[in-house]
Design a protein around this ligand. Structure first.
Ligand code: ZN
Ligand code: ZN
Length: 349
């Protein structure tokens, strides 16, 4: 089978490999669509501490079940499925409390197991026990179902900040994740959404998709604090999501959020230098909550897929490019220079 194998920084090679053989507790999926995640790009550019090279990346995918082991009773050959990459243990302190994203034994497809940038992928039964394998209804394209992972990541964030009617939400970052935050916040009833970004191009993309009520370019539109205060009667947004990896953005979020407000650090920071420079007195005297969101849970994954299937989240609007698996390196380039939102890799037949 054809695969795209990560050998090291900026080194992904197209290789022929044997089709995976499945055991009694596995099933085999023929990948029909896979999206390149921002985290795949990060691995491509900087490597990944937990990935042992060479490894097949890719964890946002959907496909057709082509073989099932004898212990798999929940699926049949021919089923169309989308699988979440996170595979928690299902029985630890965190799993018991429904926060499986924090499970210490959690394994991830595309990190610990070979990923979906391959024509076939072997999946363990655990995904069926946990509910992280979702059947795709007729008529829903594979590429839409493949967006379950970015959608559910943003959904976890929006559930944690409890976006609701009356909220003014500022989203710092206009990548696919920032955009998904805007879509979900809108669904949840947020009254005013402001999106801010450094690159004008991404901001334009958000504007074209009518995702927010206000747009602000951090490079050319002047002072963000003044801008948000004007919109909010001098208060500032009561919730701010930092949907990018810039430490300056986190600092800015604390400076512009309303008193009593909440800042969510949605993305991780560079592992070499993750220490943030936040004004402790602003946090204390304004009684701010600085929080975070990481990963997602099986329950949320099922919900995210449902929102995509029903078109309540417009997955299609995030797909800007389709490329055959062989051209994956072009996909990384398109993402690197900010041209692409979601790049969908396609597979022969
Ligand atoms: Zn992802
Ligand atoms: Zn666990």
């Amino acid at each position: 089978m054809k695969t795209a194998v990560f050998y090291g920084i900026e080194d992904v090679r197209i290789e022929e490999r044997d089709k995976p053989t499945i055991g009694a507790d596995d099933y085999l999926v023929k990948v029909k669509a896979a999206a390149i995640c921002g985290s795949d790009l990060r691995t491509y550019q900087h490597g990944h501490a937990k990935i042992k090279q060479p490894q097949i990346l890719g964890h946002e995918f959907a496909g057709e079940v082509v073989a099932v082991g004898p212990n798999i009773t929940e699926l049949s050959v021919g089923d169309r499925v989308s699988v979440h990459p996170g595979i928690p243990c299902g029985h630890c302190y965190y799993c018991d409390r429904g926060i499986q994203n924090l499970c210490g034994s959690r394994k991830v497809i595309g990190i610990h197991y070979p990923g979906a940038f391959a024509e076939y992928i072997k999946i363990p039964k655990q995904t069926l026990i946990l509910g992280t394998c979702v059947k795709i209804p007729k008529g829903v394209p594979y590429e839409i179902a493949a967006l379950g992972d970015p959608t559910v990541s943003a959904l976890n964030g929006e559930e944690l900040i409890d976006a609701r009617l009356g909220d003014t939400l500022l989203i710092l970052g206009c990548g696919p994740i920032g955009m998904l935050h805007a879509m979900i916040a809108r669904l949840k009833g947020a009254s005013t959404i402001i999106m801010a970004n450094r690159s004008v191009r991404r901001l334009e993309m958000a504007k074209e998709r009518k995702l927010a009520d206000y747009y602000f370019c951090l490079q050319t539109d002047g002072d963000l604090k003044k801008f948000v205060k004007k919109i909010t009667n001098g208060m500032g947004p009561n919730k701010v999501v930092v949907a990018n990896t810039s430490k300056a953005s986190a600092k800015q979020a604390v400076e512009v959020v309303a008193k009593g407000g909440l800042v969510q650090l949605f993305a991780g920071f560079s592992k070499e230098n993750p220490i943030l420079d936040l004004d402790g007195n602003l946090i204390h005297y304004n009684q701010l909550t600085v929080s975070s969101s990481y990963g997602s849970t099986p329950r949320e994954f099922q919900l995210a897929e449902k929102l995509l299937f029903e078109g309540k989240i417009n997955g299609k609007s995030l797909i800007t490019h389709h490329l055959p698996l062989e051209e994956i390196n072009r996909g990384f380039e398109l993402m690197k220079n900010g041209e692409a939102l979601k790049v969908i890799l396609t597979y022969e037949s």
